[in-house]
Design a protein around this ligand. Structure first.
Ligand SMILES: *Cc1c(COP(=O)(O)O)cnc(C)c1O
Length: 356
């Protein structure tokens, strides 16, 4: 029989592997492969879901209540807030809006695994710029990589998966070097976990007011523990945010996600206690691993990075064997999320065994 004829797909899309999720863990294993929040949802957030618009109705397309709430929290006008079904969706919306065939999107590498696919889907060209020593962004090299074809630069702080932040001073110097008509997306998905005092904080510093080409991205998926509901936001100049509003898939933020995000903001003090606990676990983990001789870079998110190089696949297998599901980047390293308290000794034991 001859091959069935399938519809024609753009070759660069056909060559793209479909999204692969962090491995699902077996019942007795810790799933530390997706930087999820290990705590159970707060009861009041769970209860809020009951109050969402009934599911036979469409949600509010503008997520107006959540935008108003975030606007108040950050002292901006509601139009300066854009909500989407996760901040990854916002990355797609902006790149789609700003870059097309022949245009370039600059980002650090290794960084967030979603980045390379985003320009590709828009038909644009990704320009990965190698990280500097210690898993840090090389902002000088990124600025030097900007050409008159560059439309977007992605800056990830803290960097997923390596961990270090970009400092305020570094970011300010970088913005001086970036043409004012190039969009800079400051991806702060892990901002709530940052303890480095010199870290850039795009919202506290209100960078988007002095530099309307900067948009700050945050998410409810990590610190707020709402990964399963899909909700994130951008804050920036309302005229710039309009570009993302124009390319967004309409009505993709559900009412459930919106009410849960608002209830989470109401419960922020409680959630901050959990974040502080995760930060303490991160310190235990990073220091324990360094004491074993691992060159763990500065860890400012809810994860640590083990530079396992050529041994990565074998090391990931050894962790899996020990009941720890990690995210492995073959030939490079392993990212381990900060999860349950009981996972810490298991991780440290398995990591120590790898050093022998
Ligand atoms: C997790 C993450 C996001 C946000 O994910 P959503 O669940 O889509 O909000 C964005 N950027 C980075 C670097 C991340 O690690």
């Amino acid at each position: 029989m001859s091959e069935p004829i399938l519809p024609r797909i753009r070759p660069e899309i056909a060559a793209l592997p479909p999204y692969r999720q962090g491995k699902q863990a077996s019942a007795d294993a810790f799933k530390l492969s997706s930087n999820e929040n290990p705590f159970d949802p707060l009861p009041q957030v769970q209860a809020a879901l009951e109050r969402a618009t009934p599911m036979n109705r469409y949600p509010d397309a503008t997520a107006g209540a959540l935008r108003a709430r975030l606007a108040e929290r950050y002292g901006v006008q509601p139009d300066a807030v854009h909500v989407a079904s996760g901040s990854v969706a916002i990355l797609y919306q902006f790149v789609q809006a700003a870059a097309s065939v022949g245009d370039e999107v600059v980002y650090a590498w290794r960084s967030f695994e979603a980045y390379p696919g985003i320009p590709l889907i828009a038909g644009a060209t990704g320009i990965p710029v190698p990280l500097a020593e210690g898993g840090r962004h090389d902002l000088d090299a990124m600025a030097a990589a900007i050409t008159d074809r560059t439309r977007v630069v992605l800056v990830c702080t803290p960097n997923n998966p390596t961990g270090p932040i970009v400092t305020s001073a570094e970011f300010a110097a970088f913005l001086d070097a970036v043409p004012r008509d190039v969009l800079v997306l400051l991806d702060e998905a892990y901002a709530e976990f940052v303890t480095a005092p010199d870290a850039v904080d795009g919202l506290a510093e209100r960078v988007f007011e002095t530099h309307p080409n900067v948009v700050v991205l945050r998410t409810f998926s990590k610190a707020y523990g709402l990964a399963g509901l899909r909700v994130g936001y951008a804050i920036g100049d309302p005229r710039v945010l309009d570009a993302a509003r124009s390319t967004a898939v309409p009505l993709s933020v559900t009412a459930a996600a919106e009410v849960a995000a608002i209830a989470s903001l109401d419960a922020e003090d409680e959630l901050r206690v959990r974040v502080a606990e995760l930060v303490a676990r991160r310190t235990t983990l990073a220091e324990g691993l360094r004491a074993q001789g691992w060159a763990v870079p500065d860890a400012q998110g809810n994860f640590v990075w083990l530079p396992t190089g050529d041994e990565t696949t074998a090391a990931a297998d050894a962790f899996a064997e020990a009941g720890i599901v990690v995210r492995a980047f073959a030939g490079d390293g392993i990212r381990i999320s900060v999860g349950e308290e009981e996972s810490l000794p298991r991780i440290l034991d398995a990591a120590a065994a790898l050093r022998h």
